[in-house]
Design a binder for this molecule. Structure first.
Ligand SMILES: C[S@@+](CC[C@H](N)C(=O)[O-])C[C@H]1O[C@@H](n2cnc3c(N)ncnc32)[C@H](O)[C@@H]1O
Ligand code: SF4
Length: 396
């Protein structure tokens, strides 16, 4: 299966300037891999490669496998008025002014980012500041903004699409499939109309036991949308054992009570036949779709079953996220792990991001993860960030 780096050549053929900017982020991630053991007394802010913005924690869907609003979603237990809270645009702009000189790539996600009322001016401001802006959305609210998105030159838009209507309704939310397809088509049509190469248009598909046997058909259907990239995300899953171990570990080492990992203990990995799935993914890779296809993580074929049925077997380790990335939550909290916002490093309403990234809590986290077995925590086994930014374990 192709690795994540296969994205770089498509960028190069599209736009050299964008490729240079993204390569700068890749370079810093590579540097983090090399110098990963540093913690206290080092300026980590210099190496900020990727900043995740979560402008809202609110969402208009209830996808079953989602750690936020799925069967065990953590956000469902938070009072509505709390999860609808957002930071004013001015606060985000102040943050952008602070980080722009470091030229990190910005990845906007959520919740559903299009529910943030000032998303359009926020992204426009980042582009004006010469930052690479990529967004991940469920696509339900994209159509009405397509003209502006293309005009404002966002670098990339990744729209989540896991299945055709019936399974989509079952996995995500009834009645929104048509809106998502309309959003994808609208971006594609606008790019044509405005003769624009941007945004790069990607589809992100999460593999679950509900959709995996129909992925070849989904990939065939995606031909008509003129997409640039299709990412097959093998999914974040965990089990009781891993959750219990991670809870004890985080309490003991970082004095932190964790809730987020349990939200991925959904069971939507159960019953996935690795052999069949590998056949499906191979079939998809072999058909020339005219767009790039990647799988996260890219696995050795024989190990596909291990990924789903042996959740305690590591496939990636030595995650470099704490050395080159941060996530800003909708309330201003800063944390390293995008999907597990339990350990808070600080808040941008109270401190500069530089002070947070170089602060004692951040350094203690780095020191602890570095000293842990395999340079990761027990709960990182199927974390999406570790799948993207961890080191491939030999044989996997
Ligand atoms: C949490 S969502 C936020 C953005 C937006 N709401 C969306 O759905 O695209 C980010 C990505 O995570 C994916 N996702 C949801 N549940 C997942 C899981 N259990 N494992 C891996 N990815 C998952 C979504 O499909 C989406 O592509
Ligand atoms: S749309 Fe995104 S954030 Fe909302 S429930 Fe689905 S995966 Fe989660």
């Amino acid at each position: 299966m192709k690795s994540n780096l296969s994205v770089v050549p498509i960028l190069l053929t599209k736009n050299f300037q964008l490729a240079t900017k993204v390569s700068n982020s890749f370079f810093k991630i590579g540097k983090a891999r090399f110098f990963g053991k540093r913690n206290f007394g080092y300026d980590h802010y210099k190496n900020l490669a990727l900043v995740y913005f979560k402008p809202t924690g609110d969402c208009n869907q209830r996808c079953v496998m989602c750690g936020q609003y799925g069967d065990k979603g953590i956000m469902k237990g938070i009072p509505v008025e709390e999860r609808k809270k957002v930071l004013p645009l001015e606060t985000w702009k102040k943050l952008i002014d602070e980080i722009a000189p470091k030229k990190p790539t910005i990845y906007v996600w959520g919740g559903e980012p299009f529910l943030y009322p000032d998303l359009m001016p926020l992204c426009k401001y980042m582009v004006e500041k010469n930052l690479v802006v990529a967004i991940n959305t469920n696509g339900t609210l994209v159509e009405q903004y397509a003209e502006q998105i293309v005009r404002d030159k966002w670098a990339a838009i990744f729209i989540s699409l896991d299945a055709f209507r019936d399974v989509y309704d079952d996995m995500r939310s009834k009645g929104s499939y048509d809106k998502v397809i309309a959003g994808i088509k609208a971006i594609s049509a606008e790019k044509k109309k405005q003769k624009a190469k941007y945004p790069l248009l990607g589809i992100v598909t999460v593999v679950t036991n509900k959709n995996y046997m129909d992925l070849v058909n989904l990939s065939e259907a995606s031909r008509e949308y003129n997409i640039d990239l299709h990412i097959y995300n093998l999914g974040t899953y965990t089990n009781d054992n891993v959750v219990t171990t991670q809870k004890q570990f985080m309490k003991e080492k970082l004095n932190t009570d964790i809730d987020c990992l349990e939200s991925y203990n959904t069971g939507y990995n159960l019953g996935i036949d690795g052999q069949k799935l590998y056949g499906v993914l191979k079939n998809i890779q072999n058909n020339n779709h005219g767009h790039t296809i990647i799988t996260v993580p890219a696995l050795n074929p024989e190990k596909t079953h291990t990924y789903y049925s042996e959740l305690e077997t590591p496939v990636r380790n030595h995650c470099v996220v704490p050395w080159c990335q941060v996530n800003i939550n909708y309330n201003g909290d800063v944390h390293f792990c995008a999907d597990y916002p339990d350990y808070i490093l600080g808040n941008i309403n109270e401190q500069s991001l530089k002070d947070i990234v170089n602060g004692d809590r951040a350094n203690l986290f780095r020191k602890t993860i570095h000293e842990s077995e395999g340079g990761m925590f027990p709960g990182c086994l199927r974390c999406y960030q570790n799948m993207l930014f961890g080191k491939k374990i030999k044989g996997f």
